[in-house]
Design a protein around this ligand. Sequence first.
Ligand SMILES: *Cc1c(COP(=O)(O)O)cnc(C)c1O
Length: 696
Amino acid sequence: MAAFFVTGTDTDAGKTAVTAGLLRAFARAGVPARAVKPVQTGCVERAHGLEAPDVEVWNKAGGEGKALYAFRLPCSPHLAARLEGARLDASSVAEACRASVAREGVTLFEGAGGLYVPLNERESMLDLMRELRFPALLVVANRLGCLNHALLSLDALERAGVRVAGMVLCRVSPPGLADAGTSPEAESLILQDNAVSLEREGEKRGVPLLADIPYQARHDPDDAGFWDALADRLQRAAFTLAGDGDEKNDAEALLAFDRAHLWHPYSSAMKPLPALEVTGAAGARLFLRDGRSLVDGMSSWWCRVHGYGNPRLVRALQRQAATLSHVMFGGLTHKPAVELCRRLLRLLPSGLEHVFLADSGSVAVEVAMKMALQFWQAAGREKKRRFVALRGAYHGDTLGAMSLCDPVTGMHALFSGALPEQIFVERPTCRFDRPYDPASFASMEATLRERADEVAAVVVEPVAQGAGGMWFYHPGYLRDLRALCDELGVLLIADEIATGFGRTGRMFACEWAGVSPDVMCVGKALTGGMMTLSAVAATRRVAEVISGADASRGGGAFMHGPTFMGNPLACVVACASVDELCASPWRDRVRHIQETLERELTPCRAFSGVTDVRVLGAIGVVEMASPVDVEAWQDFFVSRGAWIRPFGRTVYVMPPFVISDEELRMLTEAVRGAVASAASHGGTPVSDGREGEALC
Ligand SMILES: *Cc1c(COP(=O)(O)O)cnc(C)c1O
């Protein structure tokens, strides 16, 4: 089963003849093949219905096929559709195309016109191709300007992530007509050189020129000899397409190499958990190599709030890559970094004025810790070297950040002796959705009052604890914490790496309590999850004290500087992501996701094995009585078309904000189904042969 999209450098480049010739070549080689015209304009009324002209040509060549959307007027699809009161959109045309891929052999999808032929006022043929992700065959009209058109098309296809399997060059006009002022000899020379140049340029890009078709003087579609001659010329192209990347072997080899040599997160190198190969993603969907698609319930670990392939982010990255991809940040600066900080200062809680750009969440936490340590050093309070953190916390995987993670789920025992020892306080007991109980602050208060002299900072994930247990606590706790830190002279560090950028229903979770921390870390969704980047923002006071101390105390400079600090690619993507978020109705979307999750996950409480269901913003958590078998649960979810990866005792979803209602329902149904199945199968869900439904 292989599908290709036949596209052209232009209208009348020869696509239909090439498709017809290929069908004949496939037939002669014994490869089952058919063609599909996603959108056909210029159809003719016949007794049995609309007749598609391209299908007629394929039939003459002995091939078969059909048109999916047929219109009468011979013009661009968007116009023909509009004049007949219809509207085309890339995703429904793509769905119809996918449903027409033959189970066996080759299916050729022939586009209409070139890449930027409009489907509607917003989308073009290229959007359809991007959505389909079939490899392309580019038919190049051999005329003056051919090389330019071909290379522009290849660039556009590459940018859209469409692989080009090959090119076919077609002479489309009789000699002597190319240009009034060009002699036939000169013209012939030019057209021959086009083939040579195109082959050379194609080689540079890994795209072979598969055929060079001369002009067919006596083009008689009823003459079988004519089609045979064309099929001869296209034989190599047909063989190349038929054997294009032996998909199955490639996929197996890739997974075998992965198992043998690649270390995945939190897993054994010797006995790895199975991994699925992802070949692309769009919106809230991940595409797997085997043709399935999964709804991403994890936002790739909190970060992909806009889903995948957001055009604003993609364009920002491409444009920046062409001008300045990276430069050291010591002694140099650039607009992407400055623009990002402008945006952050507008959004961050008040008082945060100085921004340090780092390369990942964990590094941001390290940087924040170092800021707190340098602050007290510079202030002459050298004894303040420890941090207070909450049980159930997660702050990252580097040694310093790990020292702040829950000692049990953070596996401190494995690293004892090497981790700095911090002070832990029980996790806030007062739930987010219950009235605030000041008693829940008692253990923090007692600890801080006793040990403030040695404490540099308290580090918390405001309101929502993430990977350490997915726990939501009352904002009143943060207000009390802010007040006590001020009273006792302790810095407050807010780790908003998971909660930032709208996830909890507020831009930052600190806003629930109306507090500003002294230092704040953001990451993950900062770039919409497209690039790795984090930022640490500090108040003027923190920055002043660190910078103003006398040199004998090591003051003056903040001592950190990652190689990829302020990476321009990451910064422009972050700017685009912030702009995209601010321009979107994210509050409404998150509220809608919250309401849906509350409504559709709450019934899980009825099943044995479930101890709690809680929802905050676009995060839904089902807590189980005992740790779950990740592999079995994941298999179940995949069989229902959902990408959900539980851990510990929690099964949770935190979808991209752009998820559709139908996709969100797939996630909640998968969770309910898993919980129900687990309840009747001794705690582990059993996939029930519904796999087929996830296929698309
Ligand atoms: C993910 C996370 C981190 C670590 O970020 P990385 O980019 O994975 O290093 C730190 N803190 C919180 C709250 C997180 O969720």
